[in-house]
Design a protein around this ligand. Structure first.
Ligand code: CAO
Length: 445
């Protein structure tokens, strides 16, 4: 049996040298060049490779031990078969006979790798971002049982600083050597996996304030509809990259026409407001701009092109906001739409809508025209991709090229999901709606 003692190599004058990691255990079989332990000075770390193949017989130091001087014994290896296993046949010892306890200073058999400057994890983020991430292998998730770990001193140090077990990392280098990028990728994947699955769940919390400290207060609960609306608004706001575009339609002629229908409306028992005209204009503009009548798939990679024109109409009710749906708006007349709006709005306010009357919309109109305001930014009702906000029409001076004339202008705002609808699509759609409302004869074409 030949025992080889591995000794402290030349430390290049370093004073404080410590054994920071033992990478083998007694009884473990080691190959030539396999890292036995890692030393660290104040400036560098270095791996000590095995000069021979064999079985670790004794380890003479412990992690944390200070190493005093070159030549001190570190561990002993029972050599397999000296001639066969040695990388290069060792020079015969003086006298020609093989010494039974041949002692080889580690540095003389295989020089330790060049000392690597001590490093911190600060470069981690930048370097990791620039590098394509290696694929995650199943091994990356469970500690490796047994087997060697090939990693350089810097990588070992980095892993130690980050608290990462090297055994959990699949190396992508030669002989599955663990590279810096493997450690970075592992850490990044762990962080990603730890992220909350619910969109927005990681948002900073709004602080709770005890308002009673500042004056009298009363508390109340949101209605069921109010809670649902809050959840939907939050979901839509967080998921949809919104753009809102503003315009104003000259509805002078439309308003004159609408008022001229007063008697007819009375005879039919229907109130004729601007809303059915707006719905009709939207259906026509959707047909001409089908992008706004798409729905985006959950994975963001597909869309569904709807070829029907069901429009939601936001209704303000005492129990909260409801959005009943008018079906096939493109094929219905203004009187029919006006009657359906009145019916749906009434039943929304009295809690008599059926579930199916709240489903299937392609696009939503929300009108605050009766209430007031000059413009607002509505929130897209996902998975719809656009919504039209309508504000209060008002008479305004408009320059006709020769003079200012009084015209009735209806402010409109279109919010859309910018993942699906480009500015050009949105602009063409809104311009068309405005044109149709400015000359409703075009709705007949
Ligand atoms: N500009 C000026 N006047 C308008 C107008 C506008 N854009 N839109 C409606 N009006 C007028 C109507 O002509 C009517 O006047 P007259 O009684 O003189 O004819 C009056 O306002 C009241 O209209 P209305 O509210 O009874 O009917 P409507 O068709 O305009 O609206 C509905 C129906 C259901 C949209 C509405 O009742 C409603 O609930 N609006 C609120 C929607 C809402 O809350 N949206 C916000 C959602 S996001 O929080």
């Amino acid at each position: 049996m030949t025992i080889e003692t591995v000794r402290v190599p030349d430390l290049g004058g370093a004073e404080e040298v410590q054994v920071i990691e033992l990478t083998v255990a007694p009884g473990q079989r080691v190959a030539v060049d396999q890292t036995l332990l890692v030393l660290e000075s104040e400036k560098a770390t270095m791996e000590l490779p095995s000069p021979v193949a064999g079985v670790v017989a004794r380890i003479l130091v412990a992690e944390g031990d200070k190493v005093e001087k070159a030549g001190d014994p570190l561990l002993e290896i029972e050599v397999d078969g000296v001639a066969a296993q040695h990388p290069e046949p060792a020079a015969p010892p003086p006298g020609g006979a093989e010494s039974p306890d041949r002692e080889v200073p580690a540095a003389t058999v295989a020089p330790p790798p060049a000392a690597v400057p001590a490093n911190t994890g600060e470069e981690l983020a930048g370097a990791a971002a620039a590098k394509a991430e290696p694929p995650v292998s199943a091994d990356a998730h469970a500690p490796r049982s047994g087997g060697e770990i090939h990693a350089g001193p810097y990588v070992r140090r980095l892993a130690r600083e980050l608290g990462v077990e090297l055994a959990r990392i699949q190396g992508s280098g030669p002989r599955q050597r663990i590279l810096k990028e493997d450690v970075q990728g592992f850490v990044r994947r762990q962080l990603q996996a730890a992220r909350p699955a619910v969109a927005g769940a990681g948002l900073p919390q709004v602080p709770e304030v005890d308002y009673a400290r500042f004056g009298p207060v009363a508390e109340g609960e949101l209605s069921r509809i109010g809670r649902l609306t809050a959840a939907n608004m939050r979901r839509n706001w967080l998921n949809v990259p919104h753009v809102t575009q503003f315009d104003a339609a000259d509805v002078t002629e439309l308003e004159a026409f609408r008022r001229a229908q007063g008697d007819a409306a009375q005879a039919r028992g229907v109130k004729l407001t601007p809303v059915p005209f707006i719905l009709k204009a939207c259906a026509a503009a959707l047909r001409e701009n089908p992008v706004l009548n798409r729905a985006l798939s959950g994975d963001g990679g597909h869309y569904v092109q709807r070829e029907f024109y069901h429009l939601g109409l936001a209704v303000d009710t005492p129990r909260g906001l409801l959005v009943p749906v008018l079906r096939d708006v493109d094929s219905k007349g203004i009187w029919q739409l006006a009657a359906e709006i009145a019916d749906l709005a009434e039943r929304a306010r009295t809690g008599k809508l059926r579930i199916d009357e709240l489903q299937g919309a392609c696009f939503t109109v929300t009108s605050l025209g009766a209430i007031g305001g000059q413009g607002f930014t509505p929130i897209v009702n996902a998975p719809e991709v656009a919504i039209l906000g309508v504000s209060r029409a008002a008479v305004q001076p408009v320059w006709n090229g020769g003079e200012f004339v009084p015209r009735t202008l209806l402010p409109v705002s279109l919010s859309y999901d910018h993942r699906v609808v480009n500015g050009g699509d949105g602009g063409r759609f809104l311009t068309r709606v405005v044109a149709l409302l400015s000359d409703i004869r075009a709705l007949l074409l």
